[in-house]
Design a protein around this ligand. Sequence first.
Ligand SMILES: [Mn+2]
Length: 430
Amino acid sequence: MKYHQINSALFVKNRRKFTAEMKPNSVAVFNSNDIYPISADSTLPFAQHRDIFYLSGVDQEESILLLFPDAPFENQKEMLFLKETNDHIAVWEGEKLSKERAYQVSGIRTVYWLQDFHKILNEMMTYADTMYINTNEHYRATVETETREARFVKWWKERYPAHNVAKSNPILQRIRSVKESEEIDLIQQACDITEKGFRRLLSFVKPNVTEYEIEAELAHEFIRNRSKGFAYTPIIASGNNANVLHYIENNQQCKAGDLILLDVAAEYANYSSDMTRTIPVSGKFSERQKAVYNAVLRVKNEATKMLTPGTLWKQYHVEVGKIMTSELLGLGLIDKADVQNENPDWPAYKKYFMHGTSHHMGLDTHDYGLLHEPMKANMVFTVEPGIYIPAEKFGIRLEDNVVVQEKGAPFNLMRNIPVEADEIETLMNE
Ligand SMILES: [Mn+2]
């Protein structure tokens, strides 16, 4: 791990929140992700499943967490099962968690090697009435691959058909969406690393630079600050590429006079940040570009103020739509007739701003959170309005990450990342 060890107190708290929601006499099991094969003996770099990480801090493949708060014996209430390691294995595979290290990381005292799992699970199942299975119910998830978790769930339900089945996912959606202060600190660190990358770019970008050279600068700055790298596939979209919302080719040359939309951010300790900035290739916005830029910035600032406890996600989007509508009228992109005749299911503003304004953010970039429940303090959201104008060959999006506060305006975790057009121009011309 490149990141500094996280205090295990966080994971102890997270487990307590989860087990408090479990039914009496029930067992919950969480699996690591697989290491995905490419071909021959090549693999993709390991990425831990966020649920087992959230509940244990274990950042290693082939790990299992078992929670059984009503277990007959104290040492059975929480258990970890890890891939066996010893001095010989360490020489070939590098350092893996020993039982003692696993305790330091997770706060869990009962640690077994993986080969003991079935025997011990079987014993627990004779005591338990209900099994909590961990299915992926994220509203944006489309999963083709059978995960290690899914394989386990299939086997587990077949092996123990007489037990009641309950879902871990709604509990995790709820508890993961409200962040502990330690988590907000980690997200802040991710945002701070993103800031360093962005500032590096402001003095680097010049006409004729390529999008992939920009990507390389960011990767360099992120990794040297203990990040694994980008929190999600970076979008570095110059000129008209900005109007392709999920443009990830990043292979074009940036032309003088064009804008570059950068949706690029670092991860830290598996926590995301999610930033978008739009900058002029030549270090100076045209008058028209600046007018659109400032409209997007005003929408971002107004939308941010609405992220307060009790706000409903759906209603919030309706309100942001109204603000965007008035900005688009001001820019002459739509007229009053467009608004009067608009389809309520696809309002006029959607022609230029067709995506959502906010999503939960945390261990996943599009994090857990039940969107039909009102917002709460310490939820972390992105705020990311945009205006995309293919006819003028540019698109602008600005995105910050903010924490909902008990009282008053949200706290902007990207408050130090330049966003005012004048400040960006000044920094680009220093
Ligand atoms: Mn985002």
